[in-house]
Ligand binder design. Structure first.
Ligand SMILES: [Zn+2]
Length: 315
């Protein structure tokens, strides 16, 4: 039996899944803290290999039977090359080469994929019937995502296909985004934007609210939608702009399905229903019939997707 490892590298933790290479059955998982000692972030590769070797020996697996390692990284990546990573110290580094350098077995295939793209492949793999065309949103601190067209992941020439946060959804918006533009989805649906809007409603528009502004979270707001008018207004604006983005994407991709994942998708069915309500308002032609569903494996989609990506190269 041969194995492949899916490694999802985040700013605080690295999640690893060991899969059977033949059918991508998940055999075991472990996670390690993301090391932070090396200012260049090269200790990340060393700790992953160390963790893999320890885990293999605990499972009585032979490390020589590991034939592939696929890295999901939290930044754009093109053929292993990362220019800059927001939550890691990597700068102008080829993560595939750095990993390979540290492996004694040169036959291990190493590849790297953006983590949101890995998640879209993982979620598609986990559908009862994988879709040929789908759009995946990750709703978290910012808005990310991924696109599959004709059963192929759309990575784009520069690696930022699916960066939905910077789609312009309100050209009248005066605030300048980190990307240099105005009116980005980021300024309506990022965690910072949501919290700021809630504050604005209470402090400037003087709307009464039961929200605790000392410990305010997006989840805290979305949990109070049925009993608090400010929460309802914030929730509606969030769903509306996300729906505008989805309706625009539908005109380009015409997908079979939209999948909603990321931490904020914990808001569950009410979130899906409200996005769909606004989506139906903005969608045109037959795109109104495209369903929205919640992601199935929010925590493991990355490791599943990254091995799906590697599997293409194994033949
Ligand atoms: Zn932007």
């Amino acid at each position: 039996m041969y194995f492949i490892a899916g490694v999802d590298i985040g700013g605080t933790a690295i999640k690893v899944g060991i899969f059977k290479s033949s059918d991508l059955e998940l055999l075991s998982t472990f996670s390690i803290e993301t090391p932070k000692k090396d200012p260049q972030g090269l200790d990340i590769f060393e700790d992953i290999i160390k963790g893999l070797k320890t885990h293999f020996s605990e499972l009585n697996f032979e490390f020589k039977d590991l034939i592939g390692i696929s890295l999901a990284v939290p930044c754009p990546v093109v053929e292993g090359y990362v220019t800059l990573a927001a939550n890691l110290p990597w700068k102008n580094i080829n993560v595939v080469n750095e990993m390979k350098k540290r492996l004694s077995n040169e036959n291990i295939l190493v590849c790297a994929i953006n983590d949101a793209n890995a998640a879209v492949m993982g979620e598609n793999f986990l559908l009862d019937t994988p879709a040929k065309n789908l759009v995946f949103f990750t709703l978290g601190t910012s808005i990310g995502g991924g696109i599959i067209v004709n059963s192929q992941l759309l990575e784009g020439v520069h690696g930022y296909s699916g960066e939905f946060a910077h789609m312009i959804v309100d050209y009248r918006d005066k605030k300048v985004c980190g990307c240099g533009q105005k009116g980005c989805l980021e300024h309506k649906c990022s965690t910072a934007a949501v919290l700021e809007y809630a504050k604005e409603l209470v402090e400037i528009k003087k709307m009464p609210s039961i929200l605790d502004f000392k410990n305010l979270t997006v989840r805290g707001i979305f949990d109070n939608v049925s009993i608090d008018k400010v929460s309802k207004k914030v929730f509606d604006r969030y769903c509306k702009y996300l729906a505008i983005c989805a309706a625009n994407i539908a005109l380009i991709i015409d997908p079979e399905i939209f999948i909603i994942g990321g931490g904020i998708s914990h808001a569950g069915d009410p979130l899906i229903k409200n996005i769909k309500k606004y989506y139906n308002k903005y969608a045109r032609f037959n795109s109104k019939s495209i369903p929205f569903v919640l992601a199935k494996r929010r925590n493991q989609a990355g490791i599943f997707g990254t091995v799906c990506y590697l599997k293409q190269f194994l033949g």
